[in-house]
Design a protein. Structure first.
Length: 130
């Protein structure tokens, strides 16, 4: 018998208040809740953001301001902290996946995978001016 079900039965005088399916759902929810609140998840988030920062510093900082402050080296290259004022950051996913080839003439072409794209978007989200 599911431990949660036993607990519910003892709390309600032995009346049937939870089926096996309910136990599965409750356990799944609790596992999700606990895993989303654990320090490991927070470390993964920080790691993803740091990875995104590293990528934009490597590929983009030659022209763009990629942090919370600073000026872009090229006047026509927008500071990354202002990108969300132009369009939703999530819209960058497709452009990054296909390889951004527009922009300024000496903009490097590069390709990144889904994990790197997610890291870049997460990083960009942390630096946006509100």
């Amino acid at each position: 018998m599911c431990a949660i079900r036993r607990l519910l039965l003892t709390r309600h005088g032995g009346r049937r208040v939870a089926s096996n399916g309910t136990c599965v759902v409750l356990i799944s929810f609790l596992v999700f809740l606990v895993s989303s609140l654990t320090p490991a998840n927070a470390n993964n988030q920080r790691s993803a953001v740091a990875g995104g920062r590293s990528l934009v510093e490597r590929y983009c900082s030659g022209c763009h301001a990629v942090g919370r402050s600073g000026k872009s080296r090229r006047p026509d290259a927008p500071a990354f902290r202002t990108l969300s004022k132009r369009y939703p950051l999530i819209n960058l996913e497709e452009s990054l996946a296909e390889g951004i080839s527009t922009g300024h003439p000496d903009m490097p072409e590069f390709q990144v995978g889904p994990r790197e794209i997610s890291s870049i978007i997460r990083y960009l989200d942390t630096i946006q001016e509100k």
